[in-house]
Design a protein around this ligand. Structure first.
Ligand code: FDA
Length: 499
């Protein structure tokens, strides 16, 4: 139950009785804007915020207090870990709504334990870069499979799946989450998987952020890597056969040995094939020579280093691993709109030719990122976690349109929307799949009726992100948050008998 008339005053009063006042920032306070923009990654939403306050929690009990004060005073919460949400939903509301931001950036402890296997408890506000750094300094033979960008927040990233350059060997991030702590819609701290039950534990591992509660901490299974790994970067221009190489890559990359992940960045007249191989260069070159001779990979294309160094190298082009701890990298320098697809049947050569010669040379054109599946990520059953894009997926495509301040958005926006329309006939269909972590409000938004998001309207976007797992997610939501306290424009709606 939420009071029909929100009381901002009552909410803030309640917070100050339960949380140190220096952690509460109202729009009138001097540091409000600084705290607000501290983790905003998409400049499109810099001025879109209407939060009544930001609470920079440092303890799970602060999250509990925010939920209880919110419920008692009719104020909803937007939860923010790393602030990378493509549509800014962790700190803005598209609809008029009275809400506060619970910012977890300072709830970021990481603890590694060993008992035969290696584990890490990591708080949601830690970044992926901080996690990588902590693990890599602990041992050069341990790692964790997660995304590439070091400033990603653990909380949002794990809530949506976590695709990255070791997923063919070790699966998604969520395939390696073994326990968690969550504050639920009553403000109770469910301190373990056992306390929350298997259905809720299943749902938070990829069912999207915000829907089920606030995950404060995750227990991760660390994976083994050799002390030397190899990063290969090979470029092919149109003139050097980029079209043939990408066409062939679609068949090869998902069937290479699991230890190699070869993604492709396609932009302008060039395709960059970037690989992480879990081993030494000379072990993988013969495979590449026979499977993808179009790249003509040689030892000169190899960069051998530790896994931790590879995380820095892939981002910064050097092995300065302390840069992985810098939370300010890549901040606020661009406006962007991304969309995603999954490919289950290779796209024809003629289509790639058209993409290179037409779509990538028009005004406003951006970048395509192709992430191969197959290997372990493709062999885990589609219902094991909410992420359904498993068996039969060749790769994920991300379309990235970006522009800088003053450039205007229209050319880039037109480009990404028309390319997405064009690609419809060449990618997965019924549903046309999309990746929950690459949030895209174009594919649908919730409709709220009698203060609850409706199941029926949400199926439009829900089946794209979650396939047949969507109904199970909505059923879990109906059990743990039937009045839909935790919600945003694309949160899981509660499946209730009245829907
Ligand atoms: P943010 O804090 O914005 O949260 C995202 C969503 O999760 C919001 O709805 C939020 O309310 C909710 N949420 C956050 N913390 C929560 C918590 N503790 N409990 C419950 N809900 C919570 N993805 C990928 O898989 N692989 C990759 O390599 C990349 N690379 C990448 C690069 C860049 C530059 C960007 C901007 C994004 C990516 N992504 C990605 C996408 C990324 O995984 C996605 O945006 C995540 O949601 C980001 O998590 P944050 O915590 O940073 O976001």
């Amino acid at each position: 139950y939420l009071p029909p008339t929100p009381s901002s005053h009552g909410f803030i009063q309640c917070l100050t009785e339960n949380i140190p006042s220096e952690l509460i920032f109202t729009p009138g306070s001097r540091n409000f804007t600084g705290v607000l923009v501290s983790t905003i990654r998409n400049s499109r939403f810099l001025s879109a915020n209407t939060a009544i306050c930001i609470v920079t929690v440092t303890d799970a009990s602060h999250v509990q207090a925010a939920v209880r004060c919110g419920r008692a005073n009719g104020v909803r919460l937007r939860v923010r870990s790393g602030g990378h949400d493509y549509e800014g939903l962790s700190y803005r509301s598209v609809r008029p709504e009275t809400f506060a931001v619970v910012d977890l950036a300072d709830l970021r402890a990481i603890t590694i334990t060993t008992d035969g296997e290696h584990w890490a408890w990591v708080d949601s506000g830690a970044t992926v870069g901080e996690l990588y750094h902590t693990i890599g300094k602990h041992s050069t033979e341990l790692a964790f499979p997660a995304g590439v960008c070091p400033t990603l927040g653990i909380g949002g990233h794990l809530s949506g799946g976590g695709i990255g350059s070791m997923m063919r060997k070790y699966g998604l991030s969520v395939d390696n989450v073994v326990d968690a702590k969550l504050v639920d819609a009553s403000g109770d701290l469910l301190g373990s998987r056992a306390a929350m039950g298997e259905d809720l534990f299943w749902a938070i591992r990829g069912g999207g952020g915000e829907s089920f509660g606030v995950v404060v901490s995750w227990k991760l299974r660390l994976v083994k890597v050799p002390s030397t790994v190899t990063v290969l970067r090979i470029s092919r221009t149109l003139e050097q056969g980029a079209v043939d190489a990408v066409t062939k890559w679609q068949h090869v990359a998902p069937t290479l040995p699991d230890g190699i992940n070869m993604e492709v960045l396609v932009q302008g007249r060039q395709a960059v094939f970037q690989s992480l191989y879990l081993g030494a260069c000379h072990h993988i070159l013969p495979t590449l020579a026979s499977r993808l001779p179009e790249l003509n990979a040689t030892a000169a294309d190899c960069n051998e280093m530790t896994w931790l160094e590879s995380a820095a190298f892939i981002n910064f082009g050097n092995t300065n691993t302390t840069a992985l701890l810098d939370r300010s990298t890549g901040r606020l320098d661009s406006f962007f709109k991304n969309k995603s697809d999954y490919v289950r049947r290779a796209v024809a050569r003629g289509v790639w030719l058209e993409i290179f010669t037409n779509w990538l040379s028009t005004n406003g054109s951006g970048l395509l990122i192709l992430e191969p599946h197959g290997g372990l990520v493709g062999s885990i059953p589609a219902g094991a976690t909410p992420y359904p894009h498993r068996s039969g997926v060749l790769y994920n495509i991300q379309y990235v349109a970006s522009w800088s301040a003053g450039d205007g958005s229209s050319a880039a926006m037109n480009w990404v929307h028309s390319l997405y329309d064009f690609m419809g006939q060449h990618v997965s269909k019924s549903p046309r799949e999309a990746y929950a972590n690459f949030r895209d409000l174009d594919i649908g938004e919730n409709k709220v009726v009698k203060d609850v998001s409706t199941f029926h309207n949400a199926t439009v976007w829900g089946h794209k992100y979650f396939g047949s797992n969507f109904q199970r997610l909505a059923t879990v939501k109906g059990k743990v948050d039937p009045t839909d306290y935790f919600r945003n424009e694309q949160s899981i709606p509660p499946l209730l008998e009245t829907n």
